[in-house]
Design a protein around this ligand. Structure first.
Ligand SMILES: Nc1nc2c(c(=O)[nH]1)N[C@H]1C(S)=C(S)[C@@H](COP(=O)(O)OP(=O)(O)OC[C@H]3O[C@@H](n4cnc5c(N)ncnc54)[C@H](O)[C@@H]3O)O[C@H]1N2
Ligand code: MOO
Ligand SMILES: [Mg+2]
Length: 435
């Protein structure tokens, strides 16, 4: 008799998966390779920035007290006793009615306490200038530590390294950058119908697109995909592959064979492995068959063979586990609100995650479902930049309604708690009970 599966809610499923999250260690990469990685340690300012008082302008460094009586009608003369560009230091002291010509970025000479810009000064002879306005003490000086103070945590461990972080890493002398080691994610595709990308089509066969899609998703999430091959729907072959691969990776993803069909062997494979199945049905579409099991504390993600279901399962369950492994504090997809740009009349008892396009029209965020909304569709995936979240148990949705979307290309993410709370706040048509 066919097994009747009990669906659980998305948020319950995610909570169960997080119980088995693992953390990566630290490795070092050169600063050139740090962009797009995740910090393995807090990035702490190891010195004040600026490290010395410096000039933000090309001008003259003088003493403010010497300009007290300066005005348009009463210019004050200064003797230029030296000149310095950025990188040079004036080794004298600026005295009464003396000035040092100074360029942007150069250290303020001793004795001087302000800078007047070149444009406001008149040269009246060799090494003589005239100033016609008062300058305040401290005016036009970038002071020690005004950018950042020594000891400040500028980015916590687990932060996604963006170009601005790279600038900070360079500022503080990180030739080698401590980053979180990437989780090794094994990928196995199952299905006797699968051809590889370079094979010509044959009757009844399709090219394996999921493997390459998952590899890209794993990379986008910050993990290291390792492809172990595609295998025919043969229990023994698939069992051996899953068993052997599991020993070599941090997490394992399989695609296909996870439903209730005659050749869907993943459920039996979990059983023979002695793996603990956390759930095998989620109240969501697509991806309701998404199964997660645990063997020796290691997570096995059994993603659907249907491309869109596979994609959604990967974004909702694998990505957060990758981000967590990288010590990221916001491991889950970030949620935003948008206005539904067109009617979506399909009712469904399950929450729907519709591949959609989010667009800002200049004043408002609008979201439009992309292409056909079936779990076996591949064409709609490319145009999606969000998953539109439509709560289950309602009677379809009308253009103009406020809806939640989950951002697919965003690097910031959201904390697990906020994500889970977002589901609680969804106005589901059903009771809080599992469907
Ligand atoms: N009697 C039932 N049948 C099905 C149910 C159900 O509840 N009862 N669920 C349906 C849903 S929903 C989904 S989703 C699929 C899940 O199927 P599997 O995860 O077991 O995947 P397969 O059967 O192996 O393949 C499904 C579909 O996807 C194609 N596929 C498989 N691998 C790939 C790949 N690597 N690249 C591209 N496409 C792939 C495969 O050819 C099939 O067309 O089950 C429904 N059935
Ligand atoms: O698992 Mo299927 O993708 O629900 O649609
Ligand atoms: Mg199947």
């Amino acid at each position: 008799m066919i097994e009747k599966r009990k669906p659980i809610k998305v948020e319950q499923a995610l909570k169960r998966v997080f119980d088995y999250a693992r953390y990566g260690s630290i490795e070092y990469v050169s600063i050139e390779d740090s962009y797009g990685r995740y910090l393995g340690e807090d990035l702490v300012a190891t010195h004040d920035v600026p490290f010395f008082n410096r000039s933000p302008y090309d001008g003259y460094a003088i003493r403010a007290c010497d300009t007290v009586n300066a005005s348009r009608d009463h210019p004050i003369e200064f003797k230029v006793i030296g000149e310095i560009g950025a990188g040079s230091v004036f080794d004298g002291v600026v005295g009464e009615h003396e000035a040092v010509r100074i360029m942007t970025g150069a250290q303020i000479p001793d004795g001087a306490d302000c800078v007047i810009m070149l444009e406001l000064v008149t040269e009246i002879g060799q090494h003589m200038i005239e100033i016609k306005r008062k300058v305040k003490q401290g005016e036009n000086i970038s002071f020690i530590g005004e950018d950042t103070k020594k000891g400040t945590v500028l980015a916590p461990k687990g932060t996604y390294v963006n170009p601005g972080d790279v600038a900070l890493l360079a500022t503080f002398g990180y030739k080698q950058v401590p980053v979180s080691s990437k989780p090794k994610i094994g990928i196995i595709a199952t299905g006797s119908e699968l051809l590889d990308v370079d094979q010509p089509l044959e009757p009844g066969k399709i090219r394996n697109s999921n493997t390459y899609m998952i590899m890209a998703q794993v990379k986008r999430a910050g993990g290291e995909p390792i492809y172990f091959g595609q295998f025919e729907d043969d229990f023994q072959t698939c069992f051996e592959q899953v068993k052997n691969t599991l020993e070599q990776v941090d997490f394992l993803i399989t695609t296909g064979g996870v439903s209730v069909g005659d050749y869907d062997y993943l459920p039996e494979i979990y059983e023979k492995l002695g793996a603990d199945v956390l759930f095998n049905k989620i109240a969501m579409r697509p991806g309701s068959v998404t199964t997660v099991a645990v063997k020796d504390e290691k997570l096995l993600f059994g993603l659907s063979g249907n491309p869109s279901a596979c994609y959604v399962g990967c974004e909702l369950f694998v990505k957060p586990i990758i981000r967590k492994f990288l010590h990221n504090r916001n491991p889950v997809l970030k949620r935003a609100q948008a206005v539904l740009g067109q009617d979506f009349p399909k009712a469904n008892p399950f929450d729907r995650f519709v591949r959609s396009y989010l667009n800002f029209d200049g004043s408002q965020l609008y979201v439009y479902p992309v292409g056909l909304d079936k779990s076996n569709i591949v064409s709609s995936l490319a145009g999606a930049n969000v998953l539109l979240v439509l709560p289950g148990g309602t009677r379809g949705f009308k253009k103009g309604m406020k809806v939640d979307v989950l951002l697919l290309e965003d690097q910031e993410g959201a904390p697990l708690d906020t994500f889970l709370a977002g589901f609680k706040n969804l106005n589901r048509g059903d009771s809080d009970e599992v469907i």
